[in-house]
Every structure is written in C-alpha cells, then in structure tokens.
Write a protein that binds this ligand. Structure first.
Ligand code: SF4
Length: 239
C-alpha cells in the first residue's frame, strides 16, 4: 500500500470542495476506487455527487436481511435513477438460517450480530479495492467529530470521506437542487437508518443527534466498520 502524508492531505482537504476530494480519489485509485452506501436518510446526496464525477463506480451495499422495506424501495429507486453499479453484499449465513440459529441476537449481542451480518461481508469485499469513499459526517455523532477526510483503513486501503464538514442544510440544499429524495422514513423522525429491529433503529427526538436512534440505550453508536469506533471483532456469539 502506497505511503501517504495524511497530515498534509487532511490539512489541504479542509479548504477544498467535496468534488475536489472525490476527483483526487478518482485520480489516485482509478478503477480501484469503490464507494459504500446504506441507502439511508441522505444517501442520495453522496451517490449523486460521486457518480457525476465517476459514473459506474462500484457501490457496495450490505444487505443484512434486516432492512426496512422502505430502504429496499429507496435502493431500487436510486439504482435506477442514478444508474448505480451496485454490488450487493450478503452475510455468509443466509438470513433465515441465521434467525433459526441465533434468534434475536441483535437484542442479546448487537456487536456480534453486526460483526456477522455487516462487517464480515463488507470487509471481505473491500479487499478488492485500494480506495473507499464513505458518506460519514462529523456532525452525525460524537464518535465522528474528529474523523479525518482521508486515512489508512486498518492497513488495507485508503478511506476517503468527502462530506465530512457538510451540515444538514447543505445536504438539504444539494438534494433540493438536484431533485433527490430522502429516505421515506426520514419524515417520520428516522435521521439515521440501519436495520429494522427497534433495538437497532428508532426515530430520534428533537435535539438528539442523528445517530442517537441507533442501538438506543446500549451505549453502541457504530456498527464497527468505521475505524474511529475502535471496536474489536466480536467474540463468537451464543446461540
Ligand atoms: S444493525 Fe441490528 S440487525 Fe443489523 S446487523 Fe447490527 S445488530 Fe444485527
């Protein structure tokens, strides 16, 4: 893996536009560049912004089997509207088999559930690429406030986060300008949307940050994919 001066890149990127950061990643990684999406609340914005610059970029989406129907409908719409080159990832254990083996593992041990259904298939797919564009933003949660624009992701590839400094208003303005839809559940107070069990995703209350509705009451805020969450791989779950 090429060595980068991350400190300098991050200093420079603070003053550059998101489009410039994406163009840097495209020039640097070419066909080795991938992006990921959750088809969540404001996902259309990054998908639109990146595919305007690099049409046909592979888009990773981990279908855990636990998603809301609204998320899958939103996915279908955006794939068709933006002509996405979707690479849908699935867990090693098929969903029905997982349920019969582990039941409601998401209630007993959400870290283990995320490790098997989200992190494992996603990290396996990342091995095919050298650069990865994500849509994380600093104002989403306290865990994300110090995130850099570009970083070495676990020694395997370079993670690039071009929307880091975007506010809710910037997202809204961009979506409005380009006629992009928000996730259908956003209007019902779901500002960060993951899997459908109510222990994993609930609407947020006024004044709460976007990710406070994720695994509410458990102390867990991140699924463990983003390196700043410092989560270790979960131990084997109990059945
Ligand atoms: S978000 Fe919930 S259901 Fe989805 S993988 Fe994580 S714990 Fe399991």
């Amino acid at each position: 893996m090429k060595a980068y001066d991350y400190e300098k890149l991050n200093r420079d990127f603070e003053a550059q536009s998101s489009e410039d950061i994406v163009r840097w990643a495209v020039a640097e990684f070419g066909d080795g560049l991938v992006m990921s999406t959750s088809f969540g609340a404001e996902s259309a914005v990054l998908l639109h912004l990146v595919t305007q610059i690099k049409p046909g970029i592979p888009v990773l989406f981990t279908n855990t089997g636990f998603h809301f129907k609204e998320t899958l409908d939103h996915q279908d719409y955006l794939v068709s509207r933006l002509k996405l080159n979707l690479r849908e990832l699935t867990p090693e254990i098929p969903h029905e088999e997982f349920l019969s083996q582990y039941g409601k593992l998401y209630e007993r041990d959400p870290d283990a559930c995320c490790a098997m259904n989200k992190i494992a298939p996603f990290e396996k797919a990342l091995k095919d690429y050298q650069g990865w564009i994500t849509g994380i933003r600093r104002n989403q949660a306290v865990t994300r406030q110090g995130a850099p624009f570009v970083e070495n992701y676990r020694g395997t590839l370079v993670k690039v986060s071009p929307l880091l400094n975007w506010t809710g208003k910037m997202l809204w303005d961009y979506a409005k300008k380009h006629g992009l839809p928000y996730h259908p559940l956003w209007e019902k107070g779901y500002l960060s949307i993951g899997c459908s069990p109510e222990t994993c995703t609930r609407p947020v209350k006024l004044g709460e940050d976007a990710r406070s509705g994720r695994w509410a009451g458990t102390g867990k805020i991140e699924c463990g994919i983003h390196s700043f969450s410092k989560e270790e791989p979960a131990s084997p779950p109990s059945k």
